[in-house]
Write a protein that binds this ligand. Structure first.
Ligand code: XMP
Length: 319
């Protein structure tokens, strides 16, 4: 039978042969695929690996910390963290239209990544976490939305532009195999089972114009959603769970005072392939805890709604 341990050994062998004594750059996003690629490359070539994390300011709570902990303390890779929050926020200032937000984020990401990558001397390869379903998808549906999504996520176009050779060690694997490989390589469960997160990050969950202040509110609310779902033991049974900050104020009451504050939507879905999805039928007491905690703990929020729309016709994200 086919074993992942054998796959890892064979992949390590293959990477060493392909790379020789050259340097490889790997972009990290905090997600499963890029983490597994980095861990595999580290096992194969150790100090010849350089990792880049572009912190666009749209990451979830503690995300930068988790990546640093893993790829600079545990796996001692040459990790470059690009703090680009200011740049992304200024590129997004005044922009409300969802597609335009994505376009600007994609563009800023490529600029930041490129500028850091060109500082790394003698880099020859660029590693990407392309999986088998991506390979099929991009062939069958080159100009479709799926291709566009991956284009951004996987730094499409960059390798050629920078003169890098591409290395894609996961391209024969499905997602569940990638997770098992991650565990085999010593990545923590918390990282390996992480829900997917869109490349444009919290920007597409902060509806309308993105500002630093709104991101603070959203990040805190989002962390509560995830934490409560974890505490209820439902994180792995759900496919994605997050908060969305709505561009709406509503009236509330706190003590004897009237409030006029933000509304947050909670989105939690179950899906096999992310093409269709059902909203998760979470227990009422869990929803109650999430709502109470967000309203009590997150300043500026006085109302929480639960999104009960399926995909289609709704999408998983709100923008
Ligand atoms: P939708 O909202 O289209 O999302 O139902 C389907 C899945 O794709 C993720 N998603 C993205 N992933 N870059 C990404 O890497 C993106 O621009 C992007 N937009 C949506 C979404 O989180 C869900 O898992």
């Amino acid at each position: 039978t086919w074993r992942l341990g054998d796959f890892a050994d064979a992949a390590v062998e293959q990477i060493r042969k392909q790379v020789g004594d050259k340097r490889v750059i790997c972009g990290l996003s905090g997600g499963v695929d890029s983490s597994v690629v980095a861990a595999l490359l580290y096992k194969a070539i150790g100090s010849q690996l350089s990792c880049i994390l572009v912190d666009n300011g749209m990451l979830r709570k503690n995300e930068q910390k988790i990546v640093i902990e893993e790829f600079s303390n545990h796996f001692k890779t040459d990790l470059h963290v690009v703090d680009a929050e200011d740049q992304f926020l200024s590129d997004l200032a005044g922009v409300e239209e969802p597609q335009e937000k994505r376009r600007r984020i994609g563009y800023a990401f490529i600029e930041c990544f490129k500028s850091e990558a060109t500082k790394i001397e003698d880099a020859h390869f660029l590693a990407q976490g392309t999986l088998y379903p991506d390979v099929i998808e991009s062939g069958a549906d080159k100009d479709g939305p799926a291709a566009t999504i991956k284009l951004h996520h996987n730094v499409g176009g960059l390798p050629e532009e920078l003169g890098f050779e591409l290395i894609e060690p996961l391209r024969d694997l499905f997602k569940d195999e990638v997770r098992r490989l991650g565990l085999e390589l010593g990545l923590p469960e918390q990282l390996v089972w992480r829900h997917p997160f869109p490349g444009p990050g919290l920007a597409v969950r902060c509806l309308g114009e993105v500002t630093r202040e709104k991101l603070v509110v959203l990040r805190e609310a989002d962390a509560i959603v995830v934490e409560e779902i974890e505490n209820a033991g439902l994180y792995r049974e759900t496919s994605q769970a997050f908060a969305v900050l709505l561009p709406v104020q509503s009236v509330g009451v706190m003590g004897d005072a009237r409030t006029y504050d933000n509304a947050v939507a909670v989105r939690c879905v179950n899906t096999d392939d992310f093409m269709t999805a059902d909203w998760s039928h979470l227990p009422y007491d869990l929803l109650a805890r999430i709502s109470t905690r967000i309203i009590n703990e997150v300043k500026g929020v006085n109302r929480v709604c639960y999104d009960i729309s399926s995909k289609p016709p709704a999408t998983i994200e709100w923008e």
